[in-house]
Design a binder for this molecule. Structure first.
Ligand SMILES: [Zn+2]
Length: 411
C-alpha cells in the first residue's frame, strides 16, 4: 500500500545539519542540554519549520511540543511520533533529534503528496529526555504518561540551583495545555540504535519489539585491612578473593542465559585504595539486562546467590542491594506489525531487536499503543560528539515511519 509515498531525504538531512548547528561543539557534536538557551533555540527552529509546514502547535505544562497536521476527522485520536531535541553535554547530532525531524519529514511528505489521512498526525518533542542537567531521564514523557507528578518535575534543580519550572518560564516553554495523556491511536519513535548490532549485521532497519529489563546493584564486601608483606595469603580476609571467585561464575551465568544477556561491572572501589594494604572494604556495581522476563530474573537471583556463596566460603560479610530498576517493555503488537509491513513495503534489510537503552517510547507504551524503529549509527557510538549515521539510513527509517503512520492513520 502507498508505496508511491516517499520522504524527501535531502530535506531531512539538511534539517539534521541545521539543527546540529544549534549548540554545536568544536568536535562536531552538540551541547543542547534541556531548557538552556541552546535548547530553546533548537525548539524555536523546529516550531518555525512546523509552522511553515502548516501545523497547529501546542505546548503543554511541562514544555512538550505537539505539532499537528489535521486529518479528515479531527475528533479521532491522532497518530503521533516524536523523540527529543535535548542532548548530553558532549552529545551528537542524531540521538533524539533524528526521531523529531523524521516525524516532521513525514508531515512534509504528506503535504507534498497532498494526502489527507483520516486521523490527525502529530510530531512531538518531549522535554528533557537526557536527564543530564535535571537528573530525571525521559522527564517530559514521564509527566505526560502519568508516571511522574508535574510538581515533582517542576521542582527538579540543576547544579546551579535553578528549577525546571524557572527554566520553563525563562525559555517561554511553560505551555498552557495540561501535561497529561489524551487518547492516541498509535505512537512511533524513530531513533538511532545507539549500539553496533545493525551495522555489524548489515541491516538498515531495526524493528524494535520492546525494551530490555534492566537494573543496577551495589555489592559491598568487608575484609580486614592487613599489611601486604607480612600477611600470608591463607591468613587474609581479602574481599578481592571473593571477587575472583564469583566474577567468572557471573560471566558464565550471563552466557548460559543466551546472547541477549548483559552484565556489566562498571565500578570497583577497594578501600583504603593503597598499594600495599589488603582492602578492608570493597564496593562494586553490576548492571544486569535481558529482554526476557524469566531470563532476567534468573540473572538477578543467581547473581545474588553466587556472590553470597563466594563471600560465605571466605567468611566475609557482604551486602547486595538494587539501587535502580527499570522494568522491560513489550511494544504493542499492532504497532510492531505496522512497522514490519512498512519495512517490507520499502524493501529494506531489517532485523527484529530489543532496545538496550530507555526511550520516551517506554513511557508512552504504558498508556498508548507504541513501538519503535531503529536505524544504524556508525560504530555503535552514541552520547558522543562523533555520533554518525548516513543520509541513506536516515531516509530509510523515515520512509518506514511514513508508511507505518499512514497505515495507522488510515482508518
Ligand atoms: Zn535518545
Amino acid at each position: 500500500m502507498n508505496e508511491q509515498y516517499r520522504v524527501n531525504g535531502e530535506r531531512l538531512w539538511s534539517r539534521l545539519m541545521a539543527m546540529g548547528k544549534v549548540g554545536a561543539t568544536a568536535k562536531g557534536g552538540c551541547n543542547r542540554q534541556a531548557l538552556t538557551d541552546a535548547d530553546r533555540d533548537g525548539r524555536e527552529l523546529f516550531m518555525q519549520w512546523c509552522t511553515e509546514a502548516g501545523c497547529e502547535l501546542r505546548i503543554d505544562a511541562i514544555g512538550n511540543i505537539f505539532a499537528r497536521r489535521r486529518g479528515r476527522n479531527n475528533d479521532l485520536p491522532p497518530v503521533i511520533t516524536g523523540s527529543h531535541l535535548d542532548t548530553q553535554p558532549t552529545g551528537g547530532k542524531y540521538d533524539g533529534i533524528y526521531g523529531v525531524l523524521a516525524g516532521l519529514e513525514v508531515i512534509e511528505a504528506l503535504n507534498d503528496a497532498n494526502v489527507q489521512t483520516e486521523h490527525p498526525i502529530e510530531a512531538v518533542v518531549w522535554t528533557n529526555e537526557e536527564g543530564c542537567r535535571f537528573n530525571v531521564a525521559m522527564m517530559g514523557s514521564a509527566v505526560w504518561s502519568g508516571k511522574m507528578p508535574l510538581q515533582d518535575a517542576y521542582d527538579l534543580t540543576d547544579s546551579a540551583g535553578k528549577t525546571v519550572l524557572q527554566e520553563l518560564e525563562r525559555t517561554g516553554f511553560r505551555g498552557t495545555t495540561a501535561a497529561t495523556h489524551t487518547p492516541v491511536k498509535a505512537a512511533f519513535e524513530a531513533h538511532i540504535e545507539q549500539g553496533p548490532v545493525l551495522e555489524v549485521e548489515g541491516k538498515t532497519i531495526g524493528v524494535v519489539t520492546g525494551v530490555q529489563h534492566m537494573s543496577r546493584h551495589e555489592i559491598h564486601i568487608d575484609g580486614v585491612e592487613a599489611h601486604a608483606g607480612p600477611t600470608p595469603m591463607a591468613m587474609r580476609r581479602d574481599p578481592m578473593m571473593a571477587v575472583a571467585d564469583f566474577l567468572p561464575k557471573l560471566y558464565s551465568l550471563a552466557e548460559q542465559q543466551g546472547p541477549q544477556s548483559r552484565m556489566t561491572f562498571g565500578v570497583i572501589e577497594a578501600s583504603p585504595a593503597s598499594n600495599n594494604t589488603v582492602p578492608g572494604h570493597l564496593m562494586m556495581t553490576v548492571d544486569i539486562r535481558h529482554p526476557d522476563h524469566h531470563c532476567y530474573h534468573t540473572l538477578v537471583e543467581e547473581t545474588y546467590r553466587l556472590v553470597q556463596q563466594a563471600c560465605d566460603r571466605l567468611q566475609l560479610p557482604c551486602n547486595l542491594h538494587c539501587f535502580w530498576e527499570a522494568p522491560g517493555v513489550e511494544f504493542d503488537p499492532d504497532c510492531v506489525n505496522a512497522v514490519r509491513r512498512a519495512v517490507k513495503t520499502g524493501g529494506y534489510e531489517h532485523m527484529e531487536m530489543v532496545s538496550g537503552a530507555g526511550h520516551d517510547a517506554c513511557n508512552l507504551a504504558d498508556v498508548v499503543p507504541t513501538s519503535m524503529i531503529f536505524i544504524p549509527c556508525e560504530g555503535g557510538l552514541s552520547h558522543n560528539e562523533a555520533e554518525a549515521t548516513t543520509s541513506e539510513q536516515a531516509t530509510a527509517g523515515a520512509n518506514v515511519l511514513l508508511q507505518a503512520m499512514l497505515e495507522s492513520a488510515a482508518n
